[in-house]
Design a protein around this ligand. Structure first.
Ligand SMILES: NC(=O)c1ccc[n+]([C@@H]2O[C@H](COP(=O)([O-])OP(=O)(O)OC[C@H]3O[C@@H](n4cnc5c(N)ncnc54)[C@H](OP(=O)(O)O)[C@@H]3O)[C@@H](O)[C@H]2O)c1
Length: 305
């Protein structure tokens, strides 16, 4: 299979590229700098420079490929959410995906499938409610970004392209994403639940994140939205105590650490995302036949230790 991965230099994109190469696929990797693609991914991929905000991708990234995994987007977790940052979060996803679909429309040989990045931010803060793929979107900033982002991707269906939306949770990988940040205070003997620890965390091990993205790429019957979260989400207290135990560190039992008050000062509106409670279940993902390698938290964290 010949596959284009956008956002290939990122945390998830890099893992997807390596998994595709390992199984013998041909990979085109896009990013804003060819030098960065070469530095991050080495020589095994064809590098194509594309700034998604500026216009459609070069034809070589879409014409004649079998599938596209679209993961490009301004990082939401790094830096304060200023107005400019929020514009970059929106534009890199919505205008970027619009440009990608324009590129597909112009291609002589169109891809058969678009696996579209999205996020559980789609659903917003839902307290203890169990959320499935059919649950409605949130009316907040990230919820609306996800709705518009998916709507741009869905336009590819009119071009006879199968479109699967990958609504991704908190991805746990050794070297990047949430895990190094979550585990750091525990390694320093300072780990504790956030607040009362009752917020649900919908995590997924990076191996399952990549496994599901490839499953969506390969499985002709997969169309529409899929939650990329482990089938057993954890309340924050359970997550914190399990992480502490796996790392052989204490979990400080101070009820109500003042983080819910301090974080908004440091992170702006992104604090709301970190403090949201999301109990997301991968109902359609499981029904589509995907078998999780890490359905339970402890083995997932032990693998990352
Ligand atoms: N990691 C998570 O826990 C998580 C959770 C939910 C959803 N997601 C979603 O999954 C996707 C991938 O996440 P990630 O963690 O791998 O993100 P990441 O590490 O921040 O990588 C983002 C990628 O997007 C590219 N990019 C950014 N702005 C771009 C632009 N204007 N034009 C073209 N490329 C651009 C970057 O490439 P260059 O800088 O090299 O151009 C980079 O390769 C994102 O859309 C994210 O919202 C991730």
């Amino acid at each position: 299979m010949k596959v284009t991965v956008t956002g290939a230099t990122g945390f998830i994109g890099g893992h997807v590229v390596r998994a595709l190469l390992e199984r013998g696929d041909e990979v085109i990797a896009t990013g804003r700098s060819a030098a960065r693609i070469a530095k991050v991914l080495g020589a095994g991929v064809q590098a194509v420079e594309w700034d998604a905000v500026q216009g459609p991708p070069p034809a070589e990234a879409v014409d004649g490929v079998d599938g596209i995994v679209n993961l490009a987007g301004e990082n939401v977790a790094k830096g304060r959410w200023s107005r400019k940052k929020k514009n970059r979060i929106r534009d890199s996803r919505i205008i970027g995906t619009r440009h990608l679909v324009q590129g597909i429309a112009a291609a002589e040989h169109k891809p058969k499938v678009l696996v579209q990045g999205s996020a559980i931010g789609f659903y917003g803060d839902r307290q203890h409610q169990a959320i499935h793929e059919t649950s409605p979107p949130a009316n907040d900033f990230l919820g609306q970004v996800c709705v518009d982002w998916e709507a741009e991707a869905a336009k590819a269906r009119a071009l006879d392209v199968r479109v699967a939306m990958a609504r991704t949770g908190i991805v746990l990988g050794k070297e990047d994403g949430a895990y190094p940040r979550l585990s750091r205070p525990f390694r320093m003997f300072l780990g504790a639940p956030i607040g009362a620890g009752r917020r649900w965390m919908s995590w997924i091990h990076i191996d399952d994140e990549v496994g599901i993205l490839l499953h969506l790429l390969d499985t002709d019957a997969c169309d529409g939205a899929y939650n990329l979260t482990a089938p057993n989400p954890s309340p924050n207290a359970e997550f914190s105590y399990t992480l502490a135990s796996v790392l052989k560190r204490p979990c400080i039992a101070i009820a109500g650490l003042p983080l819910p008050f301090v974080l908004p000062l440091a992170l702006g509106e992104f604090a709301k995302v970190l403090l949201a409670s999301q109990r997301i279940l991968p109902q359609r993902t499981v029904a589509s036949g995907y078998e999780f390698k890490y359905p339970e938290l402890r083995p997932a964290l032990e693998n990352l230790r």
